[in-house]
Design a protein around this ligand. Structure first.
Ligand SMILES: NC(=O)c1ccc[n+]([C@@H]2O[C@H](COP(=O)([O-])OP(=O)(O)OC[C@H]3O[C@@H](n4cnc5c(N)ncnc54)[C@H](OP(=O)(O)O)[C@@H]3O)[C@@H](O)[C@H]2O)c1
Length: 229
């Protein structure tokens, strides 16, 4: 698919991988909408880039999502790409009394259910526009489970399965990509040795190349050891 001239929504675009994606896609000549919960941080991020529009909101809030959808319908009806990037993880190990249920609930809400909801609400817009594309950001842990991220691993495995079914369902009507980062050096990964991870730029570079080649599965760095393209 072409990597310029698109209108792209990136959830969680104020930091880390999402910010790097916003940077690269804006430089390539796309209009980019970014979301995030902290409105000041989001505006600061958008101000650093060209042609990037901040729309604050929480992906787990249906009120935020409906406001986002209304703004897209009114001001950006040509939207043809969404990158579901915002994510949440709890670092812990399964044991008695760790309250895995509440941790898993928040992870499933952010990493899986919010994407199911947003995708369904965006489908009418995506299906009527040309070159429409969904990119879901899973993780190496969906292919190589990590006991320090037990329920996060499961939430990303759920997103991976949903992404496969979405691709099969819409075949030639929707391009559906899965971006599979390894450990990346961002705020998100601080508790799990993120400083040893790859820079977010490498993730964005690989996604751009994969989009150009219509390569649906996009393992990055070490993820290539676990994912056959
Ligand atoms: N870093 C890694 O090692 C790694 C590895 C594999 C996969 N991933 C995945 O890559 C994605 C991005 O991670 P990252 O490392 O770039 O994280 P990050 O640096 O912490 O950035 C997260 C971004 O998402 C936003 N965000 C978080 N929760 C949100 C919510 N509920 N609603 C809206 N926006 C939200 C944050 O802004 P606010 O806080 O202001 O909302 C921020 O813009 C996630 O899906 C993560 O699971 C990361």
């Amino acid at each position: 698919m072409k990597t310029n001239g698109n209108t792209i929504l990136i959830t969680g675009g104020s930091a880390g991988i999402g910010f790097e994606l916003a940077k690269q896609f804006s430089q390539l000549g796309n209009k980019v909408l970014i979301t995030g919960r902290n409105a000041d941080k989001l505006k600061e991020a958008a101000d650093k880039l060209e042609n990037v529009i901040p729309i604050s909101g929480d992906v787990t809030s249906s009120v935020s999502t409906d406001q986002l959808l209304a703004q897209i319908k009114e001001q950006h009806p040509e939207l043809n790409m969404v990158i579901n990037n915002a994510g949440y993880a709890d670092v812990y190990q399964l044991d008695a009394n760790v309250d895995a249920f509440s941790k898993a609930s928040q992870e499933m809400e952010t990493n899986y259910l919010s994407i199911v909801s947003l995708t369904e609400k965006l489908l009418p817009t995506l299906l009527k526009n040309e070159n429409s594309t969904v990119v879901n950001v899973t993780s190496i842990v969906a292919y190589h489970p990590q006991k320090m991220l037990p329920t996060y691993t499961a939430s990303k495995a759920a997103l991976k399965a949903y992404t496969d079914v979405l691709r099969d369902t819409f075949e030639d009507k929707l391009n559906v990509f899965e971006l599979i980062p390894p450990l990346v050096n961002t705020d998100f990964s601080k508790e799990i040795g993120g400083e040893n991870g790859i820079p977010p730029k490498e993730v964005a570079d690989e996604l751009v190349l994969a989009l150009e080649k219509d390569q649906w599965l996009v393992p990055v760095g070490m993820s290539k050891e676990f994912v056959t393209v």
